[in-house]
Design a protein around this ligand. Structure first.
Ligand SMILES: [Zn+2]
Length: 271
């Protein structure tokens, strides 16, 4: 009896390890492209109480993990080509994005990303850049890296309002005007947009299309409000936080955590 029980336990453990190993080397499935959302990467001693601060050390480990296990970080342009069917995915693609245009991106994240040769995108807020608010990059920094081939800038509006809560005319200004102003400032096309706080409504999507953005990003599946489908203007991302370790990071880059969120919000499981 005792031996049968032990054999059962080892069998079950072996099965779990085998499933884990298969998942580890096969996920994300080809064509499923997890999109990571970071905010701030800072030295360990500067990590504050916000879950949005990721230490430089953790970020370095995460990038090394991607390189070691042959993930392929791609630019937003390449993501767009794949999404519209003009390019075939090769497998293990991943996208690295940052919100809010904080100067820590230039000081602490970019040196690491450049070392690995990984492309990334940062969604800028017009008022923060031009008025140097909230530790944002200043105009000089933005101009200096705007033509770095590994950097894509997108718009994150003029003043970072929750678009679903402001009146439609303001929402239009925030979405349409920010694109025009950034394009003029940087002498470069701004083709990508991220909704502040991930919040959008049908009017915001309409303005995003009217402005001519190619892709727009929300945060998690929660914002799709029960719609079990992303569109080019409502792409979900997975937020990397200060409490992530390499196991939870793997859950994000394998697509597992998005899948769980999707089940939770689209079908009402665990809510
Ligand atoms: Zn933001």
């Amino acid at each position: 009896m005792q031996r049968a029980f032990t054999r059962w336990i080892f069998g079950a453990l072996g099965f779990v390890v085998l499933c884990g190993a298969i998942a580890f080397f096969t996920l994300p499935l080809k064509g499923q492209i997890p999109i990571l959302a970071y905010h701030f990467v800072v030295p360990r001693e500067q990590v504050g109480p916000t879950s949005l601060d990721v230490s430089q050390e953790s970020f370095e480990h995460q990038m090394r993990f991607l390189q070691t296990f042959r993930f392929r970080p791609i630019s937003l342009r390449e993501l767009y080509e794949i999404k519209r069917g003009a390019k075939q995915p090769k497998g293990r693609e991943i996208v690295i994005t940052f919100d809010d245009g904080n100067r820590s991106y230039v000081e602490f994240a970019l040196p690491i990303l450049s070392r690995y040769g990984f492309p990334s995108a940062n969604f800028l807020i017009w008022d923060n850049i031009t008025q140097e608010l909230h530790g944002s990059m200043d105009l000089e920094m933005v101009r200096r890296i705007a033509h770095d081939p590994l950097v894509t800038f997108g718009s994150h509006t003029l003043s970072h309002p929750v678009l679903s809560k402001v009146d439609p005319e303001q929402a239009r200004q925030e979405i349409v005007q920010s694109r025009a102003r950034f394009e003029q400032l940087l002498d470069k096309k701004i083709d990508f947009f991220a909704y502040p706080e991930g919040a959008f409504d049908d009017a915001a999507i309409k303005f995003v299309q009217e402005a001519g953005y190619l892709l727009a990003f929300t945060t998690s599946w929660k914002h799709l409000a029960g719609k079990n489908r992303e569109t080019l203007y409502t792409l979900t991302r997975t937020k990397v936080t200060s409490s992530d370790n390499l196991l939870s990071f793997w859950m994000r880059v394998s697509g597992i955590s998005s899948y769980v969120k999707r089940l939770r919000y689209a079908y009402g499981f665990w809510s």
